[in-house]
Design a binder for this molecule. Structure first.
Ligand SMILES: O=C(O)CCC(=O)C(=O)O
Length: 280
């Protein structure tokens, strides 16, 4: 089925759009079981090697359920999801050309887990020229109680903002961005198999999972818009949507970043700051 014209214009106007039910419930359940099996395997290895992450307290739910980072580099199921023809068709439709694939992540977000402070993906990926795009697939139902993703409308075409310290009581990452009055995160309620596509400038993040017993699992891919020539080192190798590797430049972090200024009574983000912070 072609990508609906409404979704293409929504992405152009707002920097995000949701493809409802892009993956079916059986497929999503298979991914869920698969990543819980990877979690069990990785935990057994950590316990065998007495390897602990010093940045996460032992009683933090994320100590037991850390994100699985870049699984497509060791796991065929993750690779096949990252380059799935439905994701390719949607991104080619909304971007106007085929993207390159650079990252996969699986978030478990167990009950009680912290969220991820508001940020822009382009802060990390540094795609040049252009920006990145994320495909964020709900694996569980995601709502306000279990810490669904939140996006900030109106930020999809602003520069990469300078970062400030985040509240690590509610976020497992320690940098965030400041927003002027009128720019408020809105929750995106999603069902298993729904895929949110959003661009690398759009400010987004999530609050803690405040439910008693509901995980909020999500499978996430990051992609590069087709005219790009460089991306930060962590995202190499860069893959075409047929899985083959493509030569790509390495972009640097730091340099100018956006700060909010008043222009005729309206907040506007301009590149007048310098930010040398970066977390992998
Ligand atoms: O799923 C979340 O809570 C945050 C994910 C996110 O911000 C990202 O993938 O960039």
């Amino acid at each position: 089925m072609p990508v609906p014209t409404k979704s293409i214009s929504e992405f152009a106007a707002q920097g995000y759009t949701i493809a409802r039910g892009l993956f079916n419930l059986d497929e999503v359940e298979t991914f869920r079981e698969h990543f819980f099996a990877i979690n069990a395997e990785q935990r057994a290895i950590r316990e065998r090697d007495a390897a602990t992450d010093s940045t996460v307290a032992p009683d933090d739910p994320l100590a037991r359920y850390p994100r699985v980072m870049q699984p497509h580099r060791f796991d065929e199921t993750s690779l096949q999801w990252m380059i799935d023809s439905r994701l390719n068709q949607w991104m080619t439709g909304i971007l106007g050309r085929e993207p390159y694939a650079v990252q996969t992540m699986f978030y478990f977000k167990p009950p009680g887990a912290r969220g991820q402070a508001l940020h822009q993906d382009q802060f990390y990926l540094r795609v040049d020229p252009g920006t990145c795009v994320a495909a964020w697939m709900a694996v569980d139902r995601c709502d306000e109680e279990n810490g669904c993703l939140r996006i900030v409308p109106g930020t999809h075409d602003i520069p990469v903002l300078c970062t400030v310290d985040a509240d690590t009581g509610v976020s497992f990452t320690d940098v965030t961005v400041e927003l002027p009055p009128g720019y408020d995160p809105i929750p995106l309620v999603m069902d298993p198999g729904d895929v949110l596509f959003f661009n690398g400038q759009l400010v987004h993040g999530s609050y803690p999972n405040s439910s008693a017993d509901r995980f909020r699992c999500a499978l996430i891919g990051h992609y590069i818009v087709g005219e790009a020539e460089a991306v930060a080192q962590w995202y190499h190798p860069v893959l075409r949507m047929d899985g083959s590797q493509v030569d790509f430049g390495v972009s640097e972090h730091g340099g100018p970043c956006g700060v909010w200024v008043d222009q005729d009574g309206e907040p506007v983000a301009v590149l007048e700051g310098i930010d040398n912070r970066y977390m992998g």
